[in-house]
Each structure stands twice: as C-alpha cells, then as structure tokens.
Design a protein around this ligand. Sequence first.
Ligand code: TNX
Length: 514
Amino acid sequence: LVSQELGLPAQAPSPPELPEVEPANGIVPHPAHLLLPEGNFRLAERAHVSGPVSLGPLLAHFNELTGLALAQDHDAEIHLIEAPLAPEAYQLSISPREIRIQAAGEAGWRHGLISLAQWALQHGESLPCLELTDAPRFGFRGIFLDCARHFHSIATIKRLLKQMSLYKFNRFHWHLTDDEGWRLEIRAFPQLTETGAWRGHGLAVGPQLSGGAEPYGGYYTQSEVRELVAYAAGLGISVIPEIDIPGHCHAAIKALPALLREEADHSRYLSVQYFDDNVLNPALPGTYEFLNKVMDEVCELFPGEQVHMGGDEVPTGVWTDSPACQQLMQQQGYQDCRELQGHLLRHCQQYLAARGKKMLGWEEILHGDKVSRDATIFAWTHFQAGLDAATSGYPVVMAPAQQLYLDQAYNQDVNEPGLYWAGPVSLEQVYACDPAPLDFHANDNILGVLSPLWSELVTSRDRLDYMLFPRLLATAEVAWSAPARKEWAHFAARLPGQLQILDQLQVRYRVPQR
Ligand code: TNX
C-alpha cells in the first residue's frame, strides 16, 4: 500500500515488521514508513557519496548541518540513486555496508539527506540501520516571517531558512511591507525605503518624525533579495513575497503622499492596529501607477510563480467620504464599499497573470467577490474560513490563527511573551491541527499549511527562536506526515532527540514544560 501511495515500483515482500524506532531518537516530521533492522553503519567524517548529478550544494548543506565533510566520489559508501518515485518521495536505507537514497531527483535526495542528517546528529558516527520510505502529505509547507513590524537581517533569515530545510519546509512567505515599515527596495520609488523603512519613537514612519529617538528600521536591497532567493532555492525553498495592500500601507502612504493620498477624502477610520491613514485608495490613478511599478519589480526579483498581495484587515469606514471612490462606485454600479477592494485586487491578479504569476492573498481578498478562482486563499481568522473557500473552489493554504500562529503566547502565564487574541497556542495545539479533515469533501483544494510569525513583539533573535521553536517542528509534522502517522505521544517522545539537535545548532528554543 505504501509503495502505491508514494508511486513507488512494486517491491519484493518486505521483511517482517520490526519494532519502530525508540521514539527518543526519531525523525521529525515522522516518515510514512520506517523499519529498524539489526545492525549499525559506521559513518566516517569524510565518507564518500556517489550520485548521478553533481552533488556539491546538497552535500555542502548536509556538511554544514552535521559538521561532517562528505564528498562526492565514484568509490563511495553512500549512494544517491535515481528511481521512478513521486517528485518529493524518497527511500533511505542504512545497512551495515552502505547507505542508499533513492528518489526521482534533487527534491527527494535532499529530503533523504535531511533525514540522514537528523539521524547522524542524534546518533553520532554509529548509525542504527534503517529502512525508510517517505513522501509529504502536502506540497505547500510554509513558514511566514513578518519583517515589517520589526526588521530581521538577511543573516537571521538565512538561519531560519536553514532551520526550515531541516524540517522539510519548502515555502518561505516573506512579509515585506506593513504600516510600520516598507522593507523592499523599489527602484521606481526610492522614497519607499528612504522614508518608509524607518521609524522613531511610537508608530510614526520616518526618522524626521522620531521625536528625538534614534531612527529604527532597515530594508533589503534588490541584490540582497536576489541573493536570498538563490540561497533559499539551494535549500529547496521557494520565496513568496508579500506586498500587503490595500490596508497595512501606512509606511507607503507616508513615503508617497502625492501619489497615494486624495486631499478631498474625509473618510474617518481606524485600523485594528490604530492607524487612521493606512489604506490605499482603489479609485486613484496614483494607486495603480504605484502598484504596477511595484509589481513589475517584484515579478522580476522573485522567479517563483506566487506573489502574495495581502488583502487583510481593511478597516470599516474607509473610502466612504472619498469623492474618487464615490465616482468609481457609481461608474461600476457597485453597491458595497468592499467591492472597491475586490476591484483593486482583481486588477492586481490580472496584472500579475499577464506576467505569468499567480496571486495569493489572505482570506479577505474574497471581499467584493471579484478575484477569480485561481487566487490562492490563505485562511487565518479561523479554520472554517479555509474549508469554506475550498468548498467554493479556491485553492487554500491553511493558517488558522488559533492553531498555527507562532506569535501567540504558548500559555496564559503572565510572563509568557506573545499576543493572545487567538491564543494561547501551545505546542500540542499546533500539533493537533489537521488541515484537511478526512471527511471533508473539498480536500483536493487544500494545498497545505503555513505557520506565521508576526513580529510586533519579536525584537530579537532569541525571541524569534523562542516563538518558533519547538512549535515549528509541530507544524512540520502537520504539513508532512499522514494523519495515520501523527500521534501526539509519539511526537512528544521524539522531541528530546530533536531538542538535542537544536542545541547543537544553537537555537534558543522554549524548553517544553508540562
Ligand atoms: C492579524 S493575520 C494580522 C496581522 C497581525 C496579526 C497579529 C493577518 C492577515 N493580519 O497584521 O500582525 O494579526 O497576530
């Protein structure tokens, strides 16, 4: 059955089932099928690896993780072998004489090497023998980092990408713009980062408004972005940029008032985060001039197919007193203000489509019912929103705040850092998330999972580690492992071995408490 599920060739009858791995030393995410035959393999620090392609980058990553110095050579004891498996599937076999990793190509070999790296990090040079067959449950396995509320350096992001690769994530959702800062260099509008990437005391964007406080912030140059995207690709991770519009645009509006503000607009509103001037106006020509140029540069910078345009949390009351909006509504026969948001996002979707890209957005991009069914919906307010979107025929990424938000506190203890609006979110709650319940009829539309780390409160790398780990491991298993392979007690028993790995990688995780 396993071989059929994974698209593996039929095999000779497998050996009798041996007891599974002592959970204390296990692999996360839990593989689809695992046997532990007798014996051990001695892994030399400079062992040789053979393979049908040049393995340089794959081995460099393995060596960095494990501290070993594997090198490619024909005369080898570790073999990467081409086999007709599904693209991300792999088989890892460790026998006393040799190690074999079979896969259709790079993605599978990488997964196999990662499992081997976890095994080596836990067992040292004497590796217990292993027969492992594996493939992911979902194709979209993502981690999200908000780099707008607080700026995180390229070095910090690279470190996160390495950690993600150790748990077989393949999407990095990069939140690049928000009220508190615009972090992406856009050549057409230098003001966006000259002004919009900095803030001083309080929430005012721009060092000149800092009231004496040191300017704080930062941004990514286009060459840094290109380098990061290439770095991620080397780890099997594609980077999804997010330009969050039309809400969450305080920094952009402050930076480009002549283009983005309508003087005669007297609408009064307040965003959830207390901004009263953070929404783009869908009826201004300047808005389109701005967005088109931003999208041009984004499409060029990010080779992936997916571009996230935000769409979340547009406050009520916006646009009601805008002459330009009133005119557009009349012209188009719109009844509801929310149609203006749909109008703008439909433009973005079409503009991106003409450049070969697909638009992604938070669930509110459905407001006004104007985007077409190939927009991917990121469900965040609650689980049911994802099921509803999938039922309506949209592809969906599940990111329910109550289960997968890593900015929420782990528990209610007064000293526990984090937000609470959807929480607390314990390790066990993350683990319990099942993104595609067995009896749900539109499971085919559920692409996978995203765990976001919003960073209003993430002011340091230690805090980042603390909020992410070990919850990121639970998300990894939610995204990868089949429901039949997921059991909290088993995961909890495998955790100490993983924490030991995180110690070796100097990750400042939260020590799990009862
Ligand atoms: C809601 S989730 C937001 C963010 C906040 C987050 C805090 C979403 C699409 N929008 O702007 O940072 O809550 O948890």
